[in-house]
Design a protein around this ligand. Structure first.
Ligand code: 26V
Length: 830
């Protein structure tokens, strides 16, 4: 029978500290066994590990449903305003542990499973990550859904139910290999399919004006169905639940019998394949903008389904659409759903008969837009010709919006001098293209950046012309992370400690964690924090050994950089400095070097050659360094494959040092930086994104800052110093670059990194060479701090104490108050 008998008590159950009710345990046991029998058709003697997981999830889900229905019913009955969060990505990860934690069922479920002969911790790891996102933007959406449920903001998240999420990464001979991801292969026990909630989504076809009053009829040439799949997201203490509604594309006619009867088997399913391609796979986003037609089809598909759904719901309940913005706040997570502006106008005018002048203020009042990057190459634009072919009615509406907007500017005081080409939604300079950020900006009442620096840069750079026309429209909401997953769930040991010091109610109001600051210098608290970290590091060391074969010393300084691989995030700077350190250790082997473990993880977009080459270099350096007996107990380098949410949850609580070293001005915010700091890692970072705000809160003594500021980067780009001069002026750099370029780390293919190094020597756009010395010295400051452990732990505890502010609950309250104008149901008990 059973596959994994329990022999240890669940750590998480211990951490909750509450006595476990025997009645609840008996009830859960009965529920699990029932699910096993009547939903899975198994009895306990033959059930496999995965069956127990599914039965446990189904049992837990039942505990969410009543809350979920109550939340939905209440918001319906009270007619409260609701938030609709439109996002092409939701990077959820696993849900079981999180749901149990929020329901207060972690202990009882562990006990119930134990009594059934099952180890809850073991089966939890069998749940596949829902990887419906690339990185920060998608993870933020997942944190916000949970935070809205926890703060009592009525909300529905809309996205796409991709069959295949972000690819899995394998490392083969040091190189990234992409493997398709298949999270639905065991079905998804969290979701409810809603066949009855299907909408028709049109593409192409023709637009005709039927009468002189200007009534317009769009007859799409192609129609697909969007079918809803709902997942409840339970909030803290199970008080409320939000809904994540993901759309799946289905064909109107799954089979053409005509074609089939003529023996054309491929033709018989052609329509089906074309339709279903829309929700087949998530686009990797961060190398080149996905300019493909399929991507535009995805964007319109989920935007149209979501808008039809919310407009229908509103109309059914209130019988009019003139009250839409009183009841509906539509948040655009980046420009991917920017077509919402045109689609809402179309629904109001073409389907509900409103006049343009009535529809436009309603649209603007309902919609708001979050920008997540200023990288010019990352700003979405679509060719007008493609839009005219795929979405002819929407293109007309966009032209209409643009004409009225530019007309208004022209007629306003000073309008005759405005540069309309910079304001226009249509970019005429690179072929004719629709600027999606301009569409989103013009169609919104509020536009926000995701950190103070980023929001300022929005006003000064990309959106400066629009900001001049709409002063005050750009605002800032610094990102936040959910403390339930990233502290309570991921780090039960530290949670226990801070609960003892600051009170149990840090779980209801994480900002109370600031009480820890007064104890940051206590030797006993420091000792316990160190022991907890030590335990987390031992667990990570085991995983490292399993995944890479490298044996590491858990007492070494764990120095971590985990995030998508990108030139601007500068994993290259990190590995080059690692080489310099390696050289230094070899030339002075008798010095008292602090043992360091360099940990990297992250995926590179499959078409991003430079990023893949950086992964290869990290692995090549690891192979050399880890096998050198002169440095073996002082320096190790590991690259953990297949970075995802679940891996982050074990790495972050084990980190001593958090690498947040992007080229200043390029990382909009970062959210990993917040997770690390809350868990007590010290940040080594640039003055970029939310690092600045972390520094302001923890104090400059408790963060290690280096490198050029955003302004200095801009200046260095305007007036670049020849790279050979920079290299000559930087100790150690020439040697490091020569070694890499000359094949010291790739002896079997000496030219492997010639191009990578040549790129740096040609143009130091990302300031890898320019910031090298400052980074190297910052790392030596880190060594000195590490050498004084009581200072280190004081810094660490101070970081934890001052990072409660980076809670997603705080961010959601800011959105609710300043952008959505909805009250949060549960105020923090401040
Ligand atoms: C997209 C692209 C597309 C083509 C070229 C380069 C490039 C680089 C980055 C991206 C990602 C854009 C959207 C995004 O994920 N932004 C991230 O959003 C997070 C949540 O606000 C934020 O913390 C990260 O700093 C930001 O990079």
């Amino acid at each position: 029978m059973g596959f994994c008998r329990v022999n240890e008590t669940s750590l998480k159950a211990q951490a909750t500290g509450t006595p476990i009710s025997a009645g609840l345990v008996e009830q859960l046991k009965a529920e699990i066994v029932r699910k096993l029998a009547y939903s899975l058709g198994k009895n306990p003697t033959v059930a496999q590990a995965h069956d127990w997981l599914t039965a446990g999830i189904l049992a837990a889900r039942d505990h969410m449903v009543d809350v979920w229905h109550r939340t939905t019913r209440e918001s319906y009955e009270t007619g409260r305003k609701r938030v609709y969060y439109l996002s092409l990505e939701f990077l959820i990860g696993r849900s079981f542990a999180d749901a149990l934690n929020n329901l207060g069922l972690t202990g009882p479920m562990a006990q119930a499973m134990r009594e059934l002969g099952v180890d809850l911790n073991a089966i939890e790891t069998l749940e596949p990550d829902a990887a419906l996102g690339n990185g920060g933007l998608g993870r933020l959406a997942a944190c916000y859904m949970e935070a809205m449920a926890s703060t009592g903001v009525p909300a529905l998240g809309y996205g796409i139910r991709y069959d295949h999420g972000l690819f899995k990464q394998r490392i083969d001979g040091g190189k990234q290999v992409e493997v398709p991801e298949d999270w639905l292969s065991f079905r998804n026990p969290w979701e409810f399919e809603r066949r009855e909630s299907a909408y028709k989504i049109g593409f192409g076809g023709t637009v005709v004006s039927t009468d002189t009053a200007g009534e317009v009829v769009w007859t799409p040439g192609e129609t697909v169905f969007a079918v809803a799949y709902d997942t409840p997201i339970i909030g803290w203490r199970g008080r409320d639940a939000t809904t994540l509604r993901l759309w799946r594309a289905r064909a109107m006619h799954p089979l053409s019998l005509d074609a089939f009867n003529q023996g054309d088997l491929v033709g018989a399913v052609a329509e089906r394949n074309r339709a279903e391609a829309i929700s087949k796979v998530l686009y990797p986003n961060d190398s080149t903008p996905a300019g493909q037609e399929l991507r535009l089809r995805q964007e319109f598909f989920f935007t149209s389904a979501s808008l039809q759904d919310l407009v229908r719901r509103h109309y059914r309940q209130f019988g009019t659409l003139t009250t839409l913005p009183d009841k509906v706040a539509i948040q655009l997570n980046d420009t991917h759903p920017a077509l919402a502006v045109a689609e809402l106008m179309r629904l109001l005018i073409d389907q509900h008969g409103l006049q343009w002048e009535e529809a436009w203020p309603l649209t603007q009042a309902a919609i708001s837009y979050t920008n997540h990057t200023l990288l010019p190459e990352a700003l979405e634009t679509w060719p007008v010709a493609l839009m005219e072919r795929l979405l002819p009615r929407h293109m007309q509406i966009i032209f209409g919006i643009n004409a009225r907007f530019l007309d208004g500017v022209r007629r306003a005081p000073g309008g005759d001098t405005a540069d309309l080409s910079k304001l226009s939604i249509i970019d005429e300079s690179h072929g004719r293209r629709v600027r999606m950020a301009h569409l989103a900006f013009v169609g919104s009442h509020a536009v926000n950046g995701v950190s103070a620096l980023h929001s300022n840069l929005m006003q000064e750079t990309v959106f400066a012309p629009l900001n001049a026309i709409f002063p005050g429209r750009i605002t800032n909401v610094t990102n936040g992370i959910t403390p339930r997953r990233w502290l309570l769930g991921a780090n039960p040991g530290l949670t226990q400690l801070v609960s003892e010091v600051c009170g149990e109610d840090i779980s209801d109001d994480i900002e109370k964690i600031r009480g820890l600051a007064a104890h940051a210098g206590d030797a006993s608290v420091q000792e316990r924090a160190a022991a907890i970290r030590g335990e987390n590091k031992r667990k990570l060391a085991q995983i490292i050994r399993q995944e890479t074969g490298v044996v590491v010393d858990p007492s070494a300084l764990f120095d971590v950089q985990i995030k998508r691989i990108h030139e601007y995030k500068r994993q290259l700077l990190n590995i080059l400095e690692t080489i310099a350190l390696y050289d230094a250790m070899r030339s002075e082997p008798y010095r008292d070097w602090a043992p360091r473990l360099k940990i990297f993880a992250g995926k590179a977009a499959s078409n991003y050659g430079t990023a893949k080459s950086i992964i290869n270099l990290i692995n090549d350096v690891a192979a050399v360094v880890n096998n050198d007996i002169t440095t073996r107990d002082r320096l190790k380098v590991v690259f953990l494959p297949n970075y995802n949410v679940s891996l982050a949850e074990v790495i972050i609580p084990a980190a001593d040092l958090s690498e947040q070293i992007s080229t200043a001005g390029m990382e909009a915010s970062g959210t990993g930086n917040m997770k690390f700091a809350l868990n007590g890692a010290i940040t080594i970072g640039t003055l970029d994104g939310a690092n600045i705000e972390i520094g302001e809160r923890v104090g400059e003594k408790n963060i290690v800052i280096f490198g050029k500021t955003a302004e200095q980067v801009e200046e260095a780009r305007r007036n670049p110093r020849p790279t050979h001069e920079v290299i000559e002026a930087t100790p150690h750099l020439e040697g490091v670059l020569d070694a890499v370029a000359g094949g010291s780390y790739s002896p079997r293919e000496p030219g492997r990194y010639a191009g990578l190094v040549d790129g740096l020597r040609t143009n130091d756009w990302f300031m890898v060479l320019n910031d090298f010395e400052s980074y190297r010295l910052a790392q030596r400051r880190v060594d000195a701090l590490w050498a004084d452990q009581s200072t280190w732990w004081k810094m660490s505890l101070t970081n934890t104490a001052h990072c409660g502010w980076f809670s997603a609950d705080r961010a959601i309250r800011e959105y609710a108050e300043r952008i959505w104008h909805v009250p949060a149901g549960y105020a923090a008990k401040a």
